[in-house]
Write a protein that binds this ligand. Structure first.
Ligand code: SF4
Length: 342
């Protein structure tokens, strides 16, 4: 490991300027903080956390919509972190306190099991290409879903296009890459490394990025070839495209990103909660569906503000009392910063 760190230091010195590398995967964010990787890097190398946490990037509008469905008497199931995201109408957890039927599930199979006894159940599906295939399978089994699923690559494109922050290279998301493969990233024309999730993987990823930057290469290097194949996972890609079609998607921190969302295809419309409960959703006033007052989640997600610079961080906003989603999810930048800062 020391040899690797020394190589990073030497390469950074040869580059001789400030470098911003962005990780866009919540698991990488955790690994980087858990092992104190930022602290061992040379001063001119900065690691920035980007929009890698699926719960964090879920639009406030979708949180508010699913909470309204729950409050309207529709039973809702979803993954644990998503229950605690505060919205204009409260969180799903709060809705449960008010008598709504809200269930915490670990998997789509759990949701299908629940649905046997609660036929009206709606599964709140969110996340990127990693979780979408299981939701797609659930829909094929007859599970009703509110889809807030997203395609990841357009967010990376949006970050580069917006140009708010200088990004010299990306540590690409390992889990997403296992599904989509390496080729889709090539169009970004920026140094990238798909890295695994051990400390050594991340350090190797950083070194491979620095070497590209030094040599002015614009490649997608696959450090995680033990899991990520260049063509990705055919079966998972196929089931996603069977059940979902691409649409514009709304992201917290970005707004609408063209062709970044996934909606359920017409042939599965009877399992689409947004179609099935359109009458309820049409009556919801979404004009207050934005970040809570004082919360900087939008800027944190785009890498513009470090969690600790948010005035609410650790004072008003903690994992026990989260103000925004970045403090809720264990993959959220604020939650990670809070836990490992301590
Ligand atoms: S510390 Fe809390 S309020 Fe501030 S950006 Fe993070 S989640 Fe939002």
């Amino acid at each position: 490991m020391k040899k690797l760190v020394d190589e990073i230091k030497n390469t950074a010195k040869e580059i001789g300027r400030d470098i911003n590398l962005m990780e866009v995967c919540g698991t990488h964010t955790q690994v980087i903080s858990r092992f104190g990787i930022r602290e061992i890097l040379p001063k001119n190398i900065r690691l920035i956390t980007g929009p890698g946490c699926p719960v964090c990037v879920t639009a406030q509008r979708d949180i508010d919509a699913i909470v309204r469905l729950a409050l309207a008497g529709i039973p809702v199931a979803t993954y644990g972190d998503a229950l605690r995201v505060p919205g204009h109408f409260g969180s799903l957890d709060k809705a449960r306190e008010h008598g709504a039927q809200v269930f915490d599930v670990y998997s789509v199979e759990d949701a299908l099991e629940l649905q046997k006894n609660i036929p009206e159940l709606v599964f709140f599906g969110l996340g990127f290409e990693t979780t979408t295939p299981m939701t797609a399978w659930g829909i094929q089994q007859g599970l009703t879903v509110y889809s807030a699923h997203k395609i990841f690559l357009p967010a990376m494109e949006a970050l580069l296009k917006m140009g708010e922050i200088k990004i010299d290279g990306f540590i690409d998301p390992g889990h997403v890459s296992a599904v989509i493969g390496t080729h889709p990233y090539e169009k970004l024309k920026i140094p990238q490394v798909i890295a695994g999730f051990e400390m050594q993987d991340v350090l190797e990823g950083i070194l491979l990025l620095l070497r590209q930057i030094k040599n002015q290469d614009l490649e997608v290097v696959n450090q995680y070839s033990r899991l990520v194949k260049n063509g990705g996972n055919d079966k998972m890609q196929k089931i996603i495209s069977e059940v979902f079609e691409i649409c514009d998607g709304e992201w917290r921190g970005f707004g609408v990103i063209s062709k970044s969302g996934l909606k359920i295809k017409k042939k599965y419309a009877k399992f689409d909660a947004q179609v099935k409960y359109a009458k309820i959703l049409d009556q919801v006033d979404f004009s207050h569906s934005h970040d809570p007052k004082g919360c900087n989640c939008g800027d944190v997600i785009r890498g513009l503000v470090e969690s600790k610079k948010c005035p609410l961080f650790g004072k008003v906003c903690t994992p026990d009392n989260p103000v925004g989603p970045c403090m809720v999810s264990i993959e959220g930048a604020c939650n990670v910063a809070y836990r490992y800062n301590k």
